[in-house]
Design a protein around this ligand. Structure first.
Ligand SMILES: *Cc1c(COP(=O)(O)O)cnc(C)c1O
Length: 414
């Protein structure tokens, strides 16, 4: 599938990669937990990794493997593992690869639940340094003798800081560190994590890939760039013959089989259907986001707009150089005196809801909801203002979105 364009590739991926039987264009949905073996020796061989197959659907099933093939192909990776949610992918990957005494350099701008999980990792004895990933100097300065990895998102939510992924990836390669990128915000073709030398790509399938707010899922993709033989935490049990598979084998065994946050096969099917239109949906939502950001910036009732596509964004230059588009998340502050919740209630089309990457445009007040637990000091460190409103821009007709904001904004005195 190397010569196909990105949209063609997405639409035909299931059929071409997985070759479902009977001419079906979708892989079938497996409803069995267990798998029968006519020859018990085959069961033994699959257990021991000498033969490929499924033994119990917590570890693998045909429908989930079909999605794993599609997700790996989308990111140009070697292989992938799917999980029940994006958080399950993140927590399972960290818990299977790191141990007490390791040090990880972590972005100080993280999805709230990921940030909260980082506290748990610290409680288990993993050392973390939170840094400003828009600055390679800050990343480099955090290195310690026990540093094993750098973990960052691409465009952070809600303030839209853009990490300097190219510089970080280069530095990680030179220093033989694992570079872990959460690419939920900028799925292909927006951001090519492998070209930025990411070792592992983490992703919430719930967001843009599934796209319709109807199913949860997550994935980790191994790009094949990292030399796992140099990573000290791979158990001898998982040092399989193919050295490129050491990392993913340990993540599958410890993270999926042992921790058990398995993706349901029906969910795998729903996600794979969503993925067929990924590039069409994000092309539209990116275009809408840029137009809305430009419109909002010009309105007298708006104080600040945060969107990497605007020329005054602090990382506009990095975004222009490292991303094919500027994403579909933008945030803004209203002028003082307009209450965020009062404003949101004036919107008629835009939905007040948490979630992002949906076909529908969604809005929420950030400080009292998704970052409430973090407290005001942590919010300030992340650049989050107390009045910030976050938008996940959908694929509606642009004029309808602008009209909805116009009527809501104009209902307050100018
Ligand atoms: C939503 C999100 C997650 C978690 O994904 P779920 O599927 O909701 O568990 C992780 N990282 C980022 C950047 C997200 O936006």
């Amino acid at each position: 599938m190397t010569k196909l364009g990105v949209t063609t590739r997405q639409i035909h991926a299931d059929r071409l990669l997985n070759q479902p039987t009977d001419g079906a264009v979708h892989s079938s949905t497996t409803n069995s937990v267990l798998f029968e073996f006519k020859q018990s020796q085959d069961l033994v061989d699959v257990f021991q990794g000498k033969k490929v197959g499924h033994v119990y659907s917590r570890s693998s099933s045909g429908s989930v493997v079909a999605l794993q093939n599609m997700v790996a192909d989308l990111e140009g990776g070697l292989t992938s593992v799917c999980f029940a949610t994006g958080m399950a992918a993140i927590t399972s990957t960290f818990l299977s690869l790191f141990k007490a005494g390791d040090h990880i350099i972590v972005s100080q701008y993280l999805f709230g639940n990921t940030r909260s999980f980082m506290d748990t990792l610290q409680d288990f004895g993993v050392e973390l340094t939170f840094v400003d990933v828009t600055s390679i100097q800050d990343v480099i300065a955090a290195k310690q003798p026990n540093t094993r990895a750098v973990f960052s998102e691409t465009i952070a939510n809600p303030v839209t800081q853009v990490s300097d992924a190219r510089a970080i990836g280069q530095w990680c390669e030179e220093n033989n560190l694992l570079f872990m990128v959460d690419n939920t915000m900028t799925p292909p073709p927006a951001f090519d994590a492998k070209a930025m030398k990411a070792s592992l790509i983490l992703c919430s399938l719930t967001k843009y890939l599934a796209g319709h707010g109807h199913v949860l899922g997550g994935a980790v993709i191994d790009t094949g760039l990292f030399d796992w033989t140099t990573f000290p935490n791979i158990s001898p049990k998982y040092q399989v013959a193919d050295k490129a598979m050491w990392g993913i084998t340990q993540i599958k065994k410890k993270g999926l089989r042992d921790i058990g946050a398995t993706l349901a096969s029906q969910s795998a099917h729903l996600i794979s259907v969503g993925m067929e239109t990924l590039s069409l949906r994000t092309a539209r939502s990116n275009e809408n986001a840029l137009k809305l950001a430009t419109y909002l910036e010009s309105h007298p009732n708006i104080q600040t707009v945060y969107y990497p596509g605007l020329a005054n964004h602090p990382q506009h230059f990095i975004a222009r150089e490292q991303l094919a588009n500027y994403g579909s998340i933008l945030s803004f502050d209203l002028v003082p005196g307009i209450e965020p919740c009062e404003f949101l209630d004036k919107l008629e089309l835009v939905i007040s809801a948490t979630h992002l990457g949906d076909t529908r445009t969604l809005a929420l007040p950030v400080a009292p909801t998704i970052f409430f637990e973090n407290g005001q000091r942590e919010r300030a460190r992340m650049g989050i203002t107390e009045t910030m409103i976050r938008l996940s821009v959908g694929i509606e007709d642009t004029d309808d979105l602008v009209a909805d904001f116009e009527q809501a904004l104009n209902s307050f005195s100018l």
